[in-house]
Design a protein around this ligand. Structure first.
Ligand SMILES: Nc1ncnc2c1ncn2[C@@H]1O[C@H](COP(=O)(O)OP(=O)(O)OP(=O)(O)O)[C@@H](O)[C@H]1O
Ligand SMILES: [Mg+2]
Length: 254
């Protein structure tokens, strides 16, 4: 075991803290911020059609924390990409705050994503030629609502909160896998989105760092009413959610 791994007491304390934060979420309940209906995805490879997702329904309320678990290859990342408007469904629709994302063109989807969604990719997709601060600042600059100095200040604050205050000017190639993952998380959170879609956000992290991230996510939910939809194999993270959804072969179990 890594000497960074905390005692179970520390982990339990994190979960307890998240639960306390969760109990303050009542004010945000009642409005779906993200929903999908009859969502299917078929990939065409030559003459072969492979259907990965089969008519899924999903509704996430403001401030809600939902985790998705399921074995490798069951379709979790494919679903997250559809929900984030990174890919289009074969059938069905996705709505973000009531707006029909799946019928928009790519530019409009990009606008909705920048305004309302934060996406943490399974494989972080940071821009290699830019340092951590610049990677995190970028989504704020696209919005043109804030000065460059204010955007950098907010990015630095978040990078410190994910434990990277000592790596601010490092480029992705100069960071470890877990550090890159935390930069990607800060980039997804910096716009204070209504919904964060995160694909294995703690996959490369030791347990202490993972539990710190969990507490940070809980604080942001409390402060901003942010909803979280997290794909994870991490039982502590899944267990902290309001609701756990199990996926098998592109269908919900149960
Ligand atoms: N562009 C594509 N073309 C064809 N098949 C694809 C494509 N993208 C994904 N698949 C297939 O869809 C299935 C589901 O993939 P997906 O990445 O959604 O799984 P996952 O549940 O996220 O798995 P993991 O836990 O390993 O990340 C896999 O069998 C994969 O090979
Ligand atoms: Mg995946």
């Amino acid at each position: 075991m890594s000497d960074l791994a905390p005692s179970s007491t520390t982990l339990n304390a994190s979960v307890q803290k998240v639960n306390e934060l969760n109990s303050n979420q009542a004010d945000h309940r009642g409005t779906p911020v993200l929903s999908a209906s009859n969502l299917s995805k078929t990939f065409n490879e030559g003459k072969n059609h492979v259907t990965i997702l089969h008519g899924l329904e999903l509704s996430v309320e403001a401030g809600e924390f939902v985790s998705i678990v399921g074995s490798s290859g069951s379709g979790k990342s494919t679903l997250l990409h559809l929900l984030g408007g990174l890919d289009l469904p074969t059938t069905g629709e996705v709505r973000v705050r009531g707006e029909l994302l799946s019928s928009m063109n790519e530019t409009k989807r990009g606008e909705v994503r920048n305004r309302s969604l934060g996406f943490v990719y399974q494989f972080h997709h940071l821009l290699p030629e830019f340092d951590a601060i610049e990677n995190v600042t970028m989504p704020l600059l696209f919005r043109r609502e804030m000065s460059v100095d204010d955007a950098r200040e907010r990015a630095i604050d978040l990078l410190k909160r994910v434990g990277l205050g000592h790596r601010l000017d490092h480029k992705p190639g100069e960071l470890s896998g877990g550090e890159r993952q935390r930069v990607a998380l800060a980039r997804a959170l910096v716009t204070r989105p209504a919904v964060v879609l995160a694909d294995e956000p703690t996959g490369n992290l030791d347990r202490k760092t993972a539990s710190d991230i969990l507490v940070l996510l809980g604080e942001l939910r409390r402060d901003l009413g942010m909803a979280l939809l997290v794909v994870t194999h991490d039982e502590t993270l899944a267990g902290a959610a309001d609701r756990v959804m199990h996926m098998q072969d592109g269908r919900w179990l149960g």
